[in-house]
Design a protein around this ligand. Structure first.
Ligand SMILES: CC(C)(COP(=O)(O)OP(=O)(O)OC[C@H]1O[C@@H](n2cnc3c(N)ncnc32)[C@H](O)[C@@H]1OP(=O)(O)O)[C@@H](O)C(=O)NCCC(=O)NCCS
Length: 198
């Protein structure tokens, strides 16, 4: 599969189409394992709009081209959005408000630098296991030093979400040891961090 990672541009000519494709894949991804959330299209749209207003919001998305008839040079090809990853740059006060004192303290002990909150990473369920999640995270981590210089990435992962934890560990994410209990009994979430090696 020929996959490209693109940067989201909210002022681009086709932004409304990309928005619709991102929210559709968000809806599909979070309706499946391990969330089974039954997210509606409207809820997915509201969530994306809310996240877009966050301080320093940026997004990457994965695209592929699906040829409709492979041996016909006049055939029309369709672009399909496979998944996305987005982040923002919370101030210390915003992080405190959203995530609490323990994480702010942890972040400051790790590095006195720009904070990046990796908010969402997801892939359409029918494309899981093709390395797209890995491509998104790799691209994200390659872009960060170019855009920001130094930074500390923070994120939250659910303990039973093996695929997302696996690709985080592979790229050097580490546990903070700060757990958050969820509404589902017996399932914890944990804050994780990524700091580029100096
Ligand atoms: C997390 C997610 C983005 C991963 O996307 P993906 O494109 O399927 O990921 P990749 O194919 O790049 O890699 C997944 C890895 O997890 C592994 N994996 C998947 N399911 C697994 C399981 N049940 N047990 C162990 N490993 C598993 C895969 O084998 C692969 O590792 P490998 O390449 O070493 O074999 C995708 O599962 C998703 O969209 N989940 C729903 C949304 C979500 O939970 N997002 C994270 C919120 S914090």
């Amino acid at each position: 599969m020929n996959i490209t990672i693109e940067e989201y541009d909210s002022s681009g000519a086709s932004a409304h189409l990309i928005d619709a494709a991102i929210t559709a894949s968000y809806q599909a991804a979070f309706s499946g394992f391990p969330w089974n959330s039954q997210v509606t299209a409207e809820e997915a749209k509201i969530q994306f709009e809310k996240h877009k207003r966050k301080n320093g919001f940026k997004c990457l998305y994965a695209m592929t081209i699906i040829p409709t008839a492979s041996n016909n040079i006049f055939s029309v090809s369709e672009h399909e959005l496979l998944g996305a990853l987005w982040w923002d740059c919370p101030t210390e006060n915003q992080l405190l408000e959203e995530r609490g004192e323990k994480l702010v303290k942890f972040a400051r002990q790790k590095a006195n630098t720009l904070l990046i909150w990796e908010r969402e990473i997801f892939v359409r369920p029918e494309y899981h296991g093709n390395g797209i999640g890995k491509m998104l995270r790799k691209s994200f981590l390659e872009k960060l030093p170019i855009i920001y210089g130094s930074f500390l990435v923070l994120t939250r992962m659910r303990d039973d979400n093996i695929p997302v934890i696996k690709i985080a560990e592979e790229f050097g994410y580490e546990r903070t040891g700060i757990k958050i209990s969820s509404s589902k009994p017996g399932i914890d979430h944990e804050y994780w961090f990524y700091k580029a090696k100096e």
